[in-house]
Design a protein around this ligand. Structure first.
Ligand code: UDP
Length: 309
């Protein structure tokens, strides 16, 4: 296949592009580099199967030649990034999705939207099944991301129903691994950077809020299975192993052998209290389940952060 990946220089886009190239697909990568980095794809730039253009996908999108799939992964994805870039976040989810869908329609390509567990907001049920409609504050600081992704899903389903396009709606739960930016502000990079520098580890709130962390290679495997499936409806991809943020901070402190103290800071507005994917659908329809446990995933990620520091 010849596949367009938007956000190709980002955390997930770079892993996804590398995975597709390794399976002999040709990849056209686009990224406006506001949160992505060419460092993540330095090795891929030498691959004849990879073409990269710095471009903002919210503008008119033209890609010469055939395309078999359009994977729309461009978006700021960390809470501090979407606070810093609220309007680009809304635009890439709304206008960017529209442009990418239009291109996919023109090329008769499969379209995939990288959606998110944030469509469930601060969920009132745990775990979250795909049938749950969510609990999102549209006007809060996280609303720019949550509502952009919800709009992107609505737009994707409209193209599926009206234009009979093949679409994939991937709901990604918290994912971690190499190529996350050290300063991206999410819990895993913050805790690792702080622990490795023996600086205070900043737990927000009392640390009793939960997340379920998926190692990036598991996520990418799930994405590929979803792409090849015929499922035109949302599918959760994530690791259902749920832990509190305080437990995560302690685990990272222990694995790094850090002397850091754990300190408590105010909880950001609308921070979800729980989050855990129900992956029954992915297990039954994609024959997918995560393989890398938290300890191993954290160790691999810590090696990356250590090398970057
Ligand atoms: N968090 C934390 N300390 C940090 C960064 C994040 O305690 O230095 C918390 C944050 O408040 C949230 C959880 O970690 O409850 C996960 O946050 P992250 O930004 O990784 O992603 P989210 O799941 O909120 O999108």
């Amino acid at each position: 296949m010849r596949i367009l990946v938007t956000g190709a220089a980002g955390f997930l886009g770079s892993h996804l592009s590398r995975y597709l190239l390794a399976r002999n697909h040709a990849v056209v990568g686009i990224d406006n580099l506001i949160t992505g980095s060419v460092d993540n794809i330095k090795d891929l730039l030498k691959d004849p199967g990879f073409e990269f253009t710095k471009y903002d996908v919210t503008n008119y999108l033209h890609v010469p030649g055939r395309l078999d799939a359009v994977l729309h992964f461009a978006s700021p994805a960390s809470p501090i990034d979407y606070l810093k870039f609220p309007i680009p976040t809304l635009k890439v989810g709304a206008l960017g999705t529209h442009k990418a869908l239009g291109l996919a329609k023109d090329k008769k390509a499969i379209f995939m939207i990288a959606s998110t567990s944030e469509v469930y907001g601060d969920p009132l049920i745990n775990p979250q099944h795909e049938s749950y409609w969510g609990n999102v504050n549209p006007i809060g600081p996280r609303g720019v991301y949550d509502e952009a992704k919800r709009f992107a899903e609505a737009m994707t389903m409209a193209y599926h129903r009206y234009h009979k396009m093949q679409v994939r709606l991937l709901r990604i739960f918290n994912t971690y691994g190499p190529n996350m930016r050290l300063e991206d502000g999410r819990a895993v990079p913050n805790f690792m950077t702080q622990a490795l520098k023996n600086k205070p580890i900043t737990v927000y709130g009392d640390g009793s809020q939960t997340r379920s962390l998926c190692y990036v290679s598991d996520l990418i495997d799930g994405i590929y299975r979803l792409l090849k499936s015929g499922i035109n409806e949302p599918v959760n991809i994530g690791n259902p192993q749920e832990i509190t943020l305080l437990e995560l901070a302690r685990a990272i402190k222990m694995i790094t052998g850090s002397r850091s103290k754990i300190v408590f800071r105010p909880l950001p507005e609308d921070d979800p209290k729980v989050r855990r994917p129900d992956i029954t659908l992915a297990k039954s329809k994609l024959k997918w389940s995560p393989k890398v446990d938290l300890e191993n995933g954290l160790k691999k990620t810590i090696s990356y952060f250590r090398s970057k520091l």
